[in-house]
Write a protein that binds this ligand. Structure first.
Ligand code: CDV
Length: 308
């Protein structure tokens, strides 16, 4: 059985449109140091954390779009984060916009171990929003324009003495995200998010945004007997209010740490892989209780269809 270790969520406040990556990285390093001072072995940073949440802007110029993306990781601006983490011996997950050598664009998160080595890459599967310009809206949500759906599935890696997976923002609302990792015996899921509230898509649920945020992660944690860490980019960013509420959820489904601000803030909690075993061996012992013969529709059909 693996030893317990401390995990951190590094919530950030808003990142201004004109804020340089170097300035953001300095903020991330301060959060990394704070997490290390609290004994953390690994810290989760938010989605697309190196820049403002640029999918809110309609852009047509390719060079303007490319400027939001990283062509290498680490690159010159992000290298100090890797070097500091390696010097401290702390790992992290980091969300950023990835432009591959083949010209493909993904909303990506990497997992970096305590030596500064990238041990895992995840590319966001569930892309919310739209690809077309909707000028009647106060802001856009153009993830479907700027990214293609992730092509790597939901891998789980051995790191920090545990089985670790990642997801990005909207992924956290989908049970499939957690179950595919649950089937790889995941014990810790690191998630970064940017959630604008009010939502232009579901204003009916604005008053429930914080509830739905935690509901999704708590359900995913409980039903798959895993820790889940949610790290928000929060606060008023370029006129768009981003949900805070970063949290760490235990395999019981309980929130065991939660941010109290909408700004740069570190929260920590103990991850004890032994606690994952309680439900992995009983209620959610997949090998004993799952009935795959009845789940075929989940992969055979994408959209819902009414009964005949
Ligand atoms: N970045 C996101 O994926 N945000 C979505 C919003 C647009 C609904 C989310 O699920 O929080």
């Amino acid at each position: 059985m693996s030893d317990p270790f401390i995990v951190a969520a590094a919530q950030t406040g808003p990142v201004a449109r004109g804020e340089t990556r170097a300035a953001v990285v300095r903020r991330l390093i301060a959060l990394l140091r704070a997490a290390h001072a609290r004994g953390a072995a690994v810290v989760a940073f938010p989605e697309l954390v190196l820049t403002t949440f640029f999918p809110r802007y309609w852009m047509e110029d390719a060079r303007e779009i490319d400027a939001w993306f990283e062509r290498e990781m680490p690159g010159p601006e992000t290298r100090p984060l890797f070097e500091t983490a390696a010097a401290l011996g702390i790992g992290f997950s980091l969300g950023y916009a990835e432009l591959t050598a083949q010209g493909r664009r993904f909303n990506t998160s990497i997992l970096v171990d305590g030596t500064g080595r990238i041990v895992g890459t995840y590319r966001k599967v569930h892309l919310p929003g739209h690809a077309d310009h909707k000028p009647d809206r106060p802001y856009q949500h153009l993830e479907k324009k700027y990214f293609e759906p992730g092509d790597l599935g939901f891998p789980v890696w051995r790191a920090f003495g545990a089985h670790v997976g990642m997801a990005i923002c909207n992924d956290r609302r989908w049970p499939e995200t957690y179950r595919v990792m649950g089937l790889q015996d995941v014990e810790l899921v690191l998630i970064g998010y940017n959630t604008p509230v009010p939502s232009v898509m579901t204003p009916q649920y604005d008053h429930l945004a914080a509830f739905h945020n935690h509901l999704s992660m708590q359900a995913g944690a409980y039903q798959n007997a895993t820790y889940v860490v949610g790290a928000a980019k929060a606060g008023l960013e370029e006129g768009s209010s981003l949900l805070a509420g970063s949290c760490i959820v235990a395999p019981s489904g309980e929130i065991i740490a939660q941010a109290a601000s909408a700004d740069d803030e570190v929260i920590t909690a103990l991850v004890d892989p032994a606690l994952c075993q309680i439900n992995k061996r009983t209620t959610f012992n997949f090998a004993a209780h799952r009935r795959c013969e009845h789940y075929g529709l989940i992969t055979a059909r994408t959209g819902a269809a009414p009964p005949a």
